[in-house]
Design a protein around this ligand. Structure first.
Ligand SMILES: Nc1ncnc2c1ncn2[C@@H]1O[C@H](COP(=O)(O)OP(=O)(O)O)[C@@H](O)[C@H]1O
Ligand SMILES: [Mg+2]
Length: 209
Protein backbone atom coordinates (compact mmCIF):
# COMPACT_ATOMS: atom_id res chain seq x y z
CA UNK A 1 0.00 0.00 0.00
CA UNK A 2 1.21 3.52 -0.81
CA UNK A 3 2.33 5.52 2.21
CA UNK A 4 0.01 8.35 3.25
CA UNK A 5 0.94 11.99 2.81
CA UNK A 6 1.90 14.10 5.82
CA UNK A 7 0.62 17.71 5.82
CA UNK A 8 1.21 20.24 8.60
CA UNK A 9 -0.40 23.59 9.37
CA UNK A 10 1.71 26.33 10.90
CA UNK A 11 1.30 29.95 11.92
CA UNK A 12 0.75 32.17 14.93
CA UNK A 13 -2.14 32.31 17.38
CA UNK A 14 -5.55 32.77 15.77
CA UNK A 15 -4.31 32.25 12.20
CA UNK A 16 -6.92 29.50 11.69
CA UNK A 17 -4.76 26.35 11.95
CA UNK A 18 -7.27 24.32 13.97
CA UNK A 19 -10.15 25.48 11.75
CA UNK A 20 -8.33 24.65 8.50
CA UNK A 21 -6.92 21.34 9.79
CA UNK A 22 -10.46 20.15 10.42
CA UNK A 23 -11.77 21.51 7.11
CA UNK A 24 -8.99 19.87 5.10
CA UNK A 25 -9.43 16.53 6.90
CA UNK A 26 -13.19 16.62 6.22
CA UNK A 27 -12.62 17.49 2.55
CA UNK A 28 -10.18 14.59 2.15
CA UNK A 29 -12.65 12.20 3.78
CA UNK A 30 -15.35 13.47 1.39
CA UNK A 31 -13.05 12.32 -1.41
CA UNK A 32 -12.74 8.89 0.29
CA UNK A 33 -9.11 9.53 1.24
CA UNK A 34 -8.33 7.92 4.61
CA UNK A 35 -7.20 10.76 6.80
CA UNK A 36 -6.27 11.51 10.39
CA UNK A 37 -6.48 15.02 11.88
CA UNK A 38 -4.16 15.51 14.83
CA UNK A 39 -2.33 18.27 16.69
CA UNK A 40 0.82 19.26 18.53
CA UNK A 41 1.79 19.51 21.24
CA UNK A 42 -0.32 16.41 21.84
CA UNK A 43 -2.01 13.97 19.48
CA UNK A 44 -1.28 10.83 21.54
CA UNK A 45 -2.16 10.08 25.19
CA UNK A 46 1.44 10.61 26.37
CA UNK A 47 1.91 13.78 24.34
CA UNK A 48 -1.42 15.20 25.51
CA UNK A 49 -0.16 14.81 29.11
CA UNK A 50 3.00 16.72 28.21
CA UNK A 51 0.84 19.37 26.45
CA UNK A 52 -0.66 20.29 29.81
CA UNK A 53 2.81 21.23 31.07
CA UNK A 54 3.31 23.50 28.04
CA UNK A 55 0.00 25.32 27.63
CA UNK A 56 -0.88 25.91 31.29
CA UNK A 57 0.78 27.89 34.06
CA UNK A 58 3.03 30.92 34.19
CA UNK A 59 4.36 32.35 30.94
CA UNK A 60 7.96 32.07 32.23
CA UNK A 61 7.74 28.61 33.82
CA UNK A 62 10.28 26.98 31.45
CA UNK A 63 13.59 28.12 30.04
CA UNK A 64 13.70 27.75 26.22
CA UNK A 65 15.78 24.55 26.23
CA UNK A 66 13.53 22.78 28.77
CA UNK A 67 10.55 23.88 26.74
CA UNK A 68 12.04 22.56 23.49
CA UNK A 69 12.85 19.22 25.18
CA UNK A 70 9.26 18.91 26.37
CA UNK A 71 8.00 19.59 22.84
CA UNK A 72 10.31 16.95 21.38
CA UNK A 73 9.41 14.40 24.08
CA UNK A 74 5.77 14.90 23.13
CA UNK A 75 6.57 14.88 19.40
CA UNK A 76 8.55 11.63 19.57
CA UNK A 77 5.66 9.89 21.33
CA UNK A 78 3.16 11.31 18.82
CA UNK A 79 5.29 10.27 15.83
CA UNK A 80 6.01 6.77 17.12
CA UNK A 81 2.53 5.87 18.32
CA UNK A 82 0.26 7.81 15.93
CA UNK A 83 1.83 9.52 12.90
CA UNK A 84 4.18 6.81 11.58
CA UNK A 85 1.69 3.93 12.00
CA UNK A 86 -0.98 5.98 10.17
CA UNK A 87 1.32 6.94 7.27
CA UNK A 88 2.49 3.31 7.00
CA UNK A 89 -1.07 2.06 6.59
CA UNK A 90 -1.75 4.63 3.84
CA UNK A 91 -3.63 7.17 5.94
CA UNK A 92 -2.98 10.86 5.26
CA UNK A 93 -2.02 12.80 8.39
CA UNK A 94 -3.05 16.45 8.77
CA UNK A 95 -1.27 17.93 11.77
CA UNK A 96 -2.05 21.22 13.51
CA UNK A 97 1.61 22.32 14.18
CA UNK A 98 4.86 20.30 13.99
CA UNK A 99 8.62 21.04 14.32
CA UNK A 100 8.38 24.39 12.47
CA UNK A 101 6.43 25.65 15.49
CA UNK A 102 9.31 24.69 17.81
CA UNK A 103 11.72 26.52 15.47
CA UNK A 104 9.44 29.59 15.42
CA UNK A 105 8.46 29.64 19.11
CA UNK A 106 11.55 28.37 20.96
CA UNK A 107 14.00 29.52 18.26
CA UNK A 108 12.89 32.83 16.73
CA UNK A 109 10.51 33.63 19.64
CA UNK A 110 12.53 32.60 22.69
CA UNK A 111 16.09 32.75 21.37
CA UNK A 112 17.20 29.10 21.33
CA UNK A 113 19.69 28.41 18.51
CA UNK A 114 17.92 27.05 15.44
CA UNK A 115 20.68 24.47 14.84
CA UNK A 116 20.05 22.99 18.31
CA UNK A 117 16.36 22.55 17.49
CA UNK A 118 17.23 20.93 14.16
CA UNK A 119 19.60 18.55 16.03
CA UNK A 120 16.87 17.67 18.53
CA UNK A 121 14.53 16.95 15.60
CA UNK A 122 17.08 14.54 14.07
CA UNK A 123 17.76 12.82 17.39
CA UNK A 124 14.10 12.34 18.33
CA UNK A 125 12.17 11.84 15.08
CA UNK A 126 14.95 11.39 12.50
CA UNK A 127 14.12 12.56 9.04
CA UNK A 128 10.34 12.83 9.37
CA UNK A 129 9.29 16.16 7.86
CA UNK A 130 5.87 16.87 6.34
CA UNK A 131 5.41 16.39 2.59
CA UNK A 132 3.73 19.80 2.59
CA UNK A 133 3.50 22.56 5.18
CA UNK A 134 0.87 25.28 4.94
CA UNK A 135 1.91 28.43 6.79
CA UNK A 136 -1.14 30.54 7.60
CA UNK A 137 -0.01 34.16 7.68
CA UNK A 138 -1.97 36.92 9.38
CA UNK A 139 -1.19 40.24 11.07
CA UNK A 140 -0.42 39.62 14.75
CA UNK A 141 -3.22 41.83 16.06
CA UNK A 142 -5.82 40.30 13.73
CA UNK A 143 -4.89 36.79 14.90
CA UNK A 144 -4.96 37.77 18.57
CA UNK A 145 -8.33 39.54 18.05
CA UNK A 146 -9.76 36.25 16.79
CA UNK A 147 -8.54 34.52 19.96
CA UNK A 148 -10.29 37.18 22.06
CA UNK A 149 -13.51 36.81 20.02
CA UNK A 150 -13.32 33.01 20.38
CA UNK A 151 -13.62 33.49 24.16
CA UNK A 152 -12.90 30.70 26.65
CA UNK A 153 -9.60 30.07 28.33
CA UNK A 154 -6.43 31.63 26.90
CA UNK A 155 -3.39 29.35 27.04
CA UNK A 156 0.19 30.13 28.00
CA UNK A 157 1.48 30.98 24.51
CA UNK A 158 -1.47 33.28 23.77
CA UNK A 159 -0.47 35.34 26.82
CA UNK A 160 3.08 36.04 25.67
CA UNK A 161 4.15 39.61 24.82
CA UNK A 162 3.36 41.26 21.47
CA UNK A 163 7.04 41.39 20.43
CA UNK A 164 7.18 37.61 20.84
CA UNK A 165 4.22 37.20 18.45
CA UNK A 166 5.89 39.59 15.98
CA UNK A 167 9.06 37.46 16.04
CA UNK A 168 6.94 34.35 15.46
CA UNK A 169 5.35 35.76 12.35
CA UNK A 170 8.72 36.80 10.89
CA UNK A 171 10.14 33.42 11.94
CA UNK A 172 7.47 31.46 10.06
CA UNK A 173 8.02 33.60 6.94
CA UNK A 174 11.76 32.92 7.16
CA UNK A 175 11.13 29.17 7.55
CA UNK A 176 8.94 29.36 4.41
CA UNK A 177 11.70 31.10 2.42
CA UNK A 178 14.31 28.59 3.56
CA UNK A 179 12.13 25.55 2.82
CA UNK A 180 10.40 26.74 -0.31
CA UNK A 181 9.80 23.24 -1.74
CA UNK A 182 7.97 22.01 1.35
CA UNK A 183 6.30 25.19 2.62
CA UNK A 184 3.67 27.45 1.13
CA UNK A 185 2.44 30.68 2.71
CA UNK A 186 -1.32 31.27 2.54
CA UNK A 187 -2.95 34.64 3.28
CA UNK A 188 -5.03 33.77 6.36
CA UNK A 189 -6.64 37.20 6.78
CA UNK A 190 -9.46 36.22 4.38
CA UNK A 191 -12.70 34.34 5.13
CA UNK A 192 -12.44 30.73 6.28
CA UNK A 193 -14.02 29.62 2.95
CA UNK A 194 -11.50 31.57 0.86
CA UNK A 195 -8.57 30.18 2.86
CA UNK A 196 -9.94 26.63 2.55
CA UNK A 197 -10.37 27.01 -1.23
CA UNK A 198 -6.74 28.13 -1.61
CA UNK A 199 -5.60 25.16 0.46
CA UNK A 200 -7.64 22.66 -1.61
CA UNK A 201 -6.17 24.10 -4.81
CA UNK A 202 -2.61 23.77 -3.65
CA UNK A 203 -3.11 20.30 -2.15
CA UNK A 204 -4.68 19.14 -5.42
CA UNK A 205 -1.74 20.56 -7.39
CA UNK A 206 0.82 19.01 -5.11
CA UNK A 207 -0.68 15.55 -4.67
CA UNK A 208 -2.65 15.25 -7.90
CA UNK A 209 -6.05 14.37 -6.47
N1 LIG B 1 -10.75 32.94 8.24
C1 LIG B 1 -11.30 33.27 9.43
N2 LIG B 1 -11.97 34.41 9.58
C2 LIG B 1 -12.51 34.76 10.77
N3 LIG B 1 -12.44 34.00 11.88
C3 LIG B 1 -11.77 32.83 11.80
C4 LIG B 1 -11.17 32.39 10.58
N4 LIG B 1 -10.57 31.19 10.80
C5 LIG B 1 -10.79 30.89 12.09
N5 LIG B 1 -11.52 31.85 12.70
C6 LIG B 1 -11.93 31.91 14.11
O1 LIG B 1 -10.84 32.49 14.81
C7 LIG B 1 -10.60 31.78 16.02
C8 LIG B 1 -9.19 31.17 15.98
O2 LIG B 1 -9.15 30.17 14.94
P1 LIG B 1 -8.34 28.83 15.15
O3 LIG B 1 -8.62 27.94 13.99
O4 LIG B 1 -8.59 28.28 16.51
O5 LIG B 1 -6.84 29.40 15.06
P2 LIG B 1 -5.45 28.75 15.52
O6 LIG B 1 -5.68 27.28 15.69
O7 LIG B 1 -4.49 29.08 14.40
O8 LIG B 1 -5.06 29.46 16.78
C9 LIG B 1 -11.71 30.75 16.14
O9 LIG B 1 -12.75 31.30 16.92
C10 LIG B 1 -12.17 30.54 14.71
O10 LIG B 1 -13.51 30.15 14.63
MG1 LIG C 1 -5.46 26.06 17.34
Amino acid sequence: MARGHFISFEGGEGAGKSTQTERLANALEDRSIPCLATREPGGSPGAESIRELLVRGEVGRWDPMSEALLHFAARRDHVMTVIEPALDEGTWVVCDRYTDSTIAYQGYGQGLEISIIEDLHRQTVGNLWPDATIILDIAVFQGLDRIVSRGGETHRYEKMEIDFHMRLREGFLKIARQNSKRCVVVDAARSSDAVHDSIMTLIAQRFGM
